[in-house]
Write a protein of this length. Sequence first.
Length: 101
Amino acid sequence: MLSQNLTNEWAKGLLSDADNLTEEKIDDVLNEFLKDSKEGYLVNKGWPEVFSPYIVSKAALNAYTRVMAKKYPSISINCVCPGFVKTDVNGNTGKLSVEEG
């Protein structure tokens, strides 16, 4: 599942297209994010305003998982998304404990 917090429509569209998703397309999204971040255009280009690196990298990891699972169907490839877990990253404001997540 694509992160619901990914707000850049171009990236969301590319990463949501499971039938045509490739490693190269995921790399394109990450490279565009890095370029926009370095140039200070995250908000202007529609990237998330808060936790941008986390949100984009999570969406990319989920996408890479789908690509690898499709590429290697005889291998069980998984990606775990526990939800909003209480951690130091979010000041322990998550809804789930680490054990629940």
